[in-house]
Design a protein. Structure first.
Length: 517
């Protein structure tokens, strides 16, 4: 009896040692998920524990019951376990197709790699995003990641076979706003690049008569960063624009008309000189452009033409006016025609103010301002609509309050339009004021409406202008930097060719230019 107890204790001791350690030859713990329950169930009797050469059988990964109920997905090195029942609910998705697919060949088309030993599907995708995909299979709701690019988000959900319809309404609204913002920014960037990109093909100069000369003149008047002479020409052109505006302004001062030279005032001679220069500049651009169609469609070239044409129209109309004056003594109707010509001449002279727009050719600020107005034309139209509504509404209210009062300056609604426009703009000339108490209440409402309306577009337009100006300036700098690097490489290549490939007609080999110390 005592010997039997000793034998049982020895067997129990061997069983504990077997349970608390791995069998020999098993090195990878992942291939043998060890637990006491599985180790005990592998043997049917205590005698088998002491039998040599018998080892517990390790079930294959794909034959384990718990492995058959889940899909093991390795996404970018991170392992996820998704229940097959949850994935099978969405057969149109990639993971749902894996859960329902039994063909090994088709499985390889659904994933990047597959481990038979681990029964694990590998995907070379973003594991952070797949966390939300895994949540979708358990909850049925897809989350939108705010920090993620919407375009990348669409690519990811398209890869996994998901749809934006699976998101909640709040997430869908946030996603649509981000998509619209990205599209708007891309559109603005493309249009900003179109503002500064070269629209002319310089290679066409090679096919033109006197191509090299025309290319040199074109770069001189069109591309200020092509050479030092082009920069100087641009500075002179801008200075003459300012002198022209100054001369046109001072020419209206009567006291300065006493100073004349050959029948013309000094300011008129300054204007003539600037007009000759602007005409020369436009003619050079017109005859040296590589593409006449693009040249005529350009807004800046149209401004250049408008800047010089009024002066020539003025000369023509003054000539007709002098001829009519000679015959005015014979026919009174001729005097009427002279009067009409003088009115037309005043309008033509007024068009000279458009010369200031020539500065937009080389002014980033003016181009950014024009670009801002083009981009915000819808908001600007709404502001003008609100102003018109306010003018019509408050002018009608003021006329209703003041029409039965004696001495009131408001005799009709059109007479109140001027008062409403001045009040909404917060100018307040004071030439037209209400005299009744009710009319003053209407005026207070009109002024309050104007204060609110004037504050709406200021911050919006300023933020847009600042953003567009900084982007336009940065893109211009990058474009100029690329051009400078290109010209620098071109000059270096020319010097290297002079050093190592001298002309054959030269008797002595060309010497390399000395390097500056």
């Amino acid at each position: 009896m005592a010997s039997l107890n000793v034998h049982l204790q020895k067997c129990l001791k061997n069983r504990r040692s077997t349970i608390n350690c791995l069998p020999k030859g098993v090195e990878d713990i992942k291939t043998f998920p060890f637990s006491q329950e599985k180790a005990v169930k592998a043997w049917t009797s205590l005698e088998n524990l002491d039998s040599p050469g018998i080892k517990p059988e390790t079930p294959k990964a794909e034959d384990r019951p718990e492995r058959q109920q889940v899909i093991i997905v390795n996404v970018g090195g991170k392992v996820f376990h998704i229940p097959k029942k949850s994935a099978a609910k969405y057969p149109q998705t990639r993971i749902g197709s894996l859960a329902l697919c039994s063909d090994r060949a088709k499985l390889l088309t659904l994933c990047d790699d597959y481990s038979v030993r681990k029964n694990e599907f590998f995907f070379d995708r973003d594991p952070a995003f797949f966390h939300h995909v895994c949540h979708f299979y358990t909850s049925g709701v897809l989350w939108v990641i705010r920090e993620m690019c919407p375009i990348n988000f669409e690519e990811e959900i398209a890869y996994w076979g998901l749809n934006l319809k699976d998101t909640q309404l709040c997430c869908w609204m946030v996603f649509q706003e981000k998509v619209e913002d990205v599209k708007e920014n891309l559109k603005v960037d493309r249009e900003l690049m179109a503002e500064i990109e070269v629209k002319y093909d310089n290679d066409r100069f090679n096919e033109m008569v006197f191509g090299e000369v025309r290319k040199t003149l074109w770069n001189l008047v069109e591309n200020p960063y092509s050479s030092t002479a082009a920069k100087a020409f641009t500075v002179v052109s801008n200075m003459l624009v300012l002198f022209s505006i100054l001369a046109m302004t001072l020419n209206t001062v009567e006291e300065l008309h006493v100073y004349k030279y050959k029948g013309k005032t000094h300011m008129e001679w300054v204007e003539i000189f600037t007009i000759v220069f602007f005409t020369f500049e436009y003619v050079v651009r017109f005859f040296t452009t590589p593409d006449i169609e693009i040249f005529l469609k350009s807004g800046l070239n149209f401004v250049d033409m408008v800047a010089v044409m009024p002066y020539f129209f003025q000369i023509v109309f003054e000539a007709f006016s002098d001829q009519e004056n000679m015959s005015a003594q014979e026919d009174l109707r001729t005097m009427a025609r002279v009067s009409k010509l003088s009115q037309v001449l005043k309008v033509i002279k007024l068009m000279r103010i458009f010369r200031i727009l020539k500065l937009a050719r080389h002014s980033t600020g003016m181009r950014a301002f024009g670009f801002t107005l083009r981009q915000c034309y819808q908001q600007a139209s709404c502001i003008l609509l609100f102003i018109a509504m306010g003018i019509f509404t408050f002018s009608a209210l003021l006329h209703s309050a003041e029409r039965d009062t004696e001495g009131t300056p408001i005799s009709s609604i059109p007479h109140a339009w001027w008062w409403a426009a001045v009040s909404i703009s917060s100018v307040g000339y004071g030439d037209v004021v209400p005299v009744t108490v009710l009319g003053r209440f209407v005026a207070f409402g009109c002024i309050s409406f104007g204060i609110i309306l004037n504050g709406m577009p200021i911050s919006f337009l300023f933020n847009k202008f600042s953003d567009y100006y900084s982007k336009l300036k940065a893109q211009e700098y990058n474009t100029i930097l690329v051009q400078r690097r290109f010209h620098l490489k071109k000059r270096l290549r020319r010097k290297m060719d002079m050093c190592f490939h001298p002309h054959e007609e030269e008797e002595s080999p060309a010497e390399c230019p000395p390097s500056e110390s």
